[in-house]
Design a protein around this ligand. Sequence first.
Ligand SMILES: [Zn+2]
Length: 232
Amino acid sequence: MSRSRHPEVHRSDRLGWLRAAVLGANDGIVSVAGLVVGIAASGAPASTVLATGVAGTVAGAMSMAAGEYVSVQSQADAEHADLTVERRELHEDPHSELDELTAIYRHRGLSPELAREVAVQLTAHDALAAHARDELGITEEMRARPIQAAAASAAAFIAGAALPVLTALLAPHAHVAQITTVSTLVGLCITGALAAQAGGAAPVRGAVRVMFWGALAMAAAAAIGRLFNAAL
Ligand SMILES: [Zn+2]
């Protein structure tokens, strides 16, 4: 066991964006593969299968971006409101704010004198930044960024959806449903293992879990497609 790499230091930073990216890719693989498999099983021509895959990719990416934007924007709004209140308090009652900051540093283990000194110096340096960071927990690196979050979600979805779209494009039409199902399960095996590893869990269990749900989705899509094939 090597202790020099300190994996525990980086895991939490890496977890956030990698988890989000892998979940978005999973979403893209499963939902677009489901469309491709279902439409192919219904007996639709190759051009319809491909068009469905592409339309599903565009719609899914937009939906992911919109959902992520709204969610992260509301977080950004809350941060903005907190900072506005803090700025006003600093302006109206700087003395109480200095006491508040001192109490925070004492609570973290500094002696009363040192806590006061740190609070005084940080207030002189950038009072709002000190209160944002140490009172509200808002740092520049952790600020909510709605546009970036939306773009990242859409990109992750598209990266995942590219797999079933490519199989719809390249696989012989008679076997599109089967080949898409297999490539989906292989893709999910990789993303499931990656997600588990990023979270410090066992990769095999993560892969199996994601593949199970993917297989279920493919089976449901194929069954519904066949229903239409039989009815028409
Ligand atoms: Zn404050």
